[in-house]
Write a protein that binds this ligand. Structure first.
Ligand code: UDX
Length: 452
């Protein structure tokens, strides 16, 4: 089937590539000439495991191509996916200008029936606005053409996006016209394993489903982070509590890991946008505000522990940082807890020596050259002359380091673990002072060995 994808960012590129992989003929359109040129050269602007080779194979097979030519894109696909950005406005609501611009472009250039699909995460009611934008443009042209608008939100996780798309738990399709459900059923049929993954519903419910999923997951995390702070104060171990509650299938083990706060492009943005949507319809979503407030506070927990350990004297210290990206297997720094930590450390006069397997370039792009930030070659190099190590992103290589070496390199054997990846008893045995999230610290509070 012929498919057009508007927006070659994260969602668009993964969607287009995976649809091409299943044998569809896909054209990806983007207004960013530089991005399209990169993609045509086979360079992928984002880091996503498995994506690059899949793009190469499908371009070589002639099933996937990239263009800035909007008219060409509109002419090509029966399916017109809108996967452009919806950045938050100052007030937290999603900015729909790019989505509506695509809608108008489709209206401008279409000359037969089109299925226009909202793939971007958009507020409830956006499909209606897309429909209006297309209709108005068609009326202005004096063209009488049929089209349908569908809400088909994506549920991709960065770092696992290809797998999530190829083996979806569910494909949500919101329509007001059964014929479009059938067209999408055909498009997505190759992605069904064992049973049909498509869940059809009305458009507004589909739009809300996306926010509901992300808000529920963010709520689970904030709930656990809140309890981890309580555990800290009560002398309990949140990891024992996590195991204790996760064993109840009604609660489950997933997404109840306490940590340094959630980041990324989705949870912070979507929780804010849903809160805003609620306000627009005269409802104060108190739980959502709390989820957000707890998360903001959580991003300071590691800094507060450092501050307390060093008795407030952070000026002139060097802190080693393992991890920068908001989670492993991505180079994405959006809303990353590491940013809040680094900025607080700088504010307090400390220096940071940081390593991340993928996000170094992005960090450099954001912060540029500065005296108080050294982006170093590897995890060991980060430790050189540092007063403490902070682990903030749980990349695999950080999970079982050579602790003897860590101890040797650090000026003081102090580790702050923002993801609870180490065993406190083991760390104490190795002679570390070890702080985690919601677990009693272990080891001697080390005397400051820094020579003044
Ligand atoms: C998320 C959703 O999972 C995905 O379905 C949606 O389409 C987009 O948003 P993503 O932002 O890529 O995906 O990351 P995810 O793996 O969900 O992690 C989000 C954040 O939550 C990360 O900062 C992670 O560290 C944090 N997290 C996750 C926790 O702190 N604890 C957990 O138990 C799980």
């Amino acid at each position: 089937m012929n498919v057009t994808i508007f927006g070659s960012g994260y969602v668009g590129l993964v969607t287009g590539t995976c649809l091409a992989e299943m044998g569809n003929d896909v054209v990806c359109v983007d207004v960013d000439q530089r991005k399209i040129e990169m993609l045509e050269r086979g360079e992928i602007p984002i880091y996503e495991p498995g994506l690059e080779s899949m793009v190469h194979e499908n371009t070589a097979a002639g099933r996937l191509r990239f263009t800035t030519d909007i008219a060409d894109g509109v002419a090509h696909g029966l399916f017109q996916f809108i996967a452009v950005g919806t950045p938050p406005d100052e007030d937290g609501s999603a900015d729909l200008q790019y989505v509506l611009a695509v809608a108008r472009s489709v209206g401008e250039h279409m000359d037969d029936y089109k299925v226009i699909i909202d793939k971007s995460t958009v507020p409830v009611g956006t499909a209606d606005r897309v429909r209006e934008a297309v209709s108005e443009t068609l009326t202005r042209r004096g063209a009488e053409l049929e089209f349908d608008v569908v809400s088909n939100p994506e549920f991709l996780k960065e770092g696992a996006a290809i797998d999530d798309f190829m083996k979806p738990d569910r494909v949500i399709v919101g329509t007001d016209n059964p014929r479009t459900t059938e067209l999408l059923r055909a498009l997505y049929a190759p992605f069904n394993r064992n049973h049909d993954r498509l869940i059809a519903m009305d458009i507004r419910s589909a739009e809300l489903t996306k926010y509901a999923a992300n808000a529920m997951l963010a709520t689970k995390i904030s709930f656990m982070n809140e309890l981890s702070n309580l555990a800290d104060r009560l002398g309990a171990d949140i990891e024992a509590v996590r195991n204790g509650i996760g064993s109840d299938p009604r609660i489950g083990y997933s997404f109840i890991y306490p940590g340094a706060g959630y980041g990324g492009s989705c949870f912070p943005k979507d929780v804010k946008a849903l809160e805003r949507t609620a306000r627009d319809v005269g409802y104060e979503a108190e739980l959502l505000s709390a989820v957000e407030a707890v998360n903001d506070r959580q991003k300071s927990v590691l800094f507060n522990k450092l501050h307390a350990h060093f008795g407030g004297a952070l000026a002139g210290r060097t802190i080693a940082l393992w991890g920068l990206a908001f989670k492993p297997n991505t180079d994405d720094m959006r809303e990353a807890p590491a940013r809040v930590l680094m900025e607080s450390l700088w504010q307090a006069g400390a220096r940071v020596r940081a390593f991340d397997p993928e996000a170094m370039e992005e960090t450099h792009r954001i912060y540029g050259e500065r005296d108080d930030l050294a982006l170093v070659e590897g995890p060991e190099a980060a430790l050189e002359g540092a007063d403490a190590l902070v682990v903030i992103t749980e990349w695999h290589p950080f999970r079982s380091p050579d602790f003897a070496l860590v101890k040797e390199r650090l000026k003081q054997p102090v580790v702050f673990d923002g993801r609870n990846i180490y065993d406190p008893a083991y760390m104490a045995g190795q002679g570390f002072t070890y702080y985690a999230i919601g677990r009693p610290p272990v080891g001697d509070a080390v005397a400051d060995r820094r020579a003044d």
